[in-house]
Write a new protein. Structure first.
Length: 371
């Protein structure tokens, strides 16, 4: 299969985790004789530094012209503490999502038995947790009208949703639920917000078309609590943009580290794949960052190309590597490996399972035989 992929490394640890994801994709293309071409472009702070804007035209064009987008991370602290900065790195990601109409952000939360001890929750609370969070990504308070009064006298961000925006993502969420455990939880704040009442209304309408799916409704404050009290109760959790941003970070740590989680953003045009974690500038360039979130995002990209076996192979390799203890320091503070060594181990397992364990020993000795 021939495919073209736009690669947006972005800021902070973005480039180093993406390097490992590409390494893993390369071992897949090598093993299965596919041909992927990669088109590297700038986004975020890296793009602002290079050309003054967070989403250059060439970047958008490449995203339209290619079959998928693989993104690292966006954000630089030099912009965070300057509320009056005229351009911000995050605008790059937000307008990319809007341009590509990536309205559905899929964040699967899965556990690794070997990492159970790292979870902030006790084992018995965690058992059986397996959910996906579907976050609306191109509407709500993120994209509503923004205003600031003279001399900082007031500011406002409007939360706005159209019926069509809610319908398209609700429909998608029901389809996901149908292919999973047939349980959908809509998270909102319908006791306070008009937009949430519209979400609930539309979800109730849609539910008629999916009689097999059990639908629950939870207020977001309660959902935040339920996620850490009884995470097993969730199958597909559907929510609007801002609530989804917050809840998916909360849910991500259930598996032990935010660094493990992948995501896909689906819509009308090219789909985008990115780890859930941010740019983590404190450790950028230090070969410390966990590349698993980026590698599993590459697995979601393979699945999107309908390369199911290849995607399963990446996930299997990741499990094997975690089980073998080749992990970054967020997962083991005493015995840990570099970002590149984790990527090497995953890629080595994909290329040759028989020799992989031998390579792992070399990695353990700090003498990787793989480039
Ligand atoms: C995310 C990030 C983004 C968001 C930022 C970088 C704009 O936190 O993808 O979750 O808030 O959507
Ligand atoms: Mn976020």
């Amino acid at each position: 299969m021939k495919k073209s992929i736009t690669v947006l490394e972005g800021d902070g640890i973005g480039p180093e985790v993406i390097r490992e994801a590409i390494k893993v994709l390369d071992s897949i293309t090598c093993r299965y004789s596919h041909r992927f071409t990669y088109h590297y472009h700038l986004i975020g702070a890296a793009a602002i530094d290079a050309c003054g804007q967070p989403l250059p035209e060439a970047t958008i064009q490449s995203c339209y012209d290619t079959d998928a987008v693989l993104l690292g991370a966006i954000g630089d602290p030099k912009f965070d503490n300057d509320p009056s900065a005229p351009v911000r790195p995050e605008q790059g990601l937000l307008s990319l999502r809007k341009n590509l109409q990536l309205y559905a952000n899929i964040r699967p939360i899965q556990l690794y038995p070997e990492l159970e001890a790292l979870s902030p929750l006790k084992k018995e609370k965690l058992n059986g947790t397996d959910m996906i969070i579907i976050r609306e990504l191109t509407g709500g308070i993120y994209f509503g009208k923004k205003e600031k009064g003279p001399d900082n006298s007031f500011a406002s961000d409007i939360c706005y949703y159209t019926r069509q925006e809610i319908e398209q993502i609700t429909e998608k969420a029901f389809h996901f639920a149908c292919n999973r455990n047939k349980k959908l939880t809509l998270v909102d704040k319908a006791n306070v917000l008009e937009t949430s009442r519209l979400w609930r209304h539309i979800a109730q309408e849609k539910a008629q078309q999916f009689p097999d799916v059990q639908v629950d409704y939870l207020f977001v404050d309660n959902a935040a609590m339920q996620l850490i009290l009884h995470p097993q109760q969730f199958d597909v959790l559907l929510t609007e943009n801002m609530f989804g941003d917050i809840l998916s970070d909360e849910a991500s740590v259930l598996s032990g580290s935010l660094g493990l989680l992948p995501s896909s953003s689906l819509g009308k045009d090219t789909a985008l794949f990115e780890p859930v974690h941010g740019s983590y500038p404190q450790v950028a360039g230090k070969n410390i960052a966990n590349p698993i979130g980026a590698i599993l995002s590459a697995a979601m990209l393979l699945e999107h190309f309908d390369l199911k076996e290849e995607a399963a192979e990446v996930r299997l390799a990741v499990r094997h590597v975690i089980r073998s203890g080749i992990v970054t320091q967020d997962l083991n503070r005493e015995v840990f490996y570099g970002t590149n060594q984790v990527g090497n181990a995953v890629s080595s397992y994909i290329l040759n399972k028989e020799t992989a364990d031998y390579n792992f020993q070399n990695i353990r000795l700090g003498q990787s035989t793989i480039i």
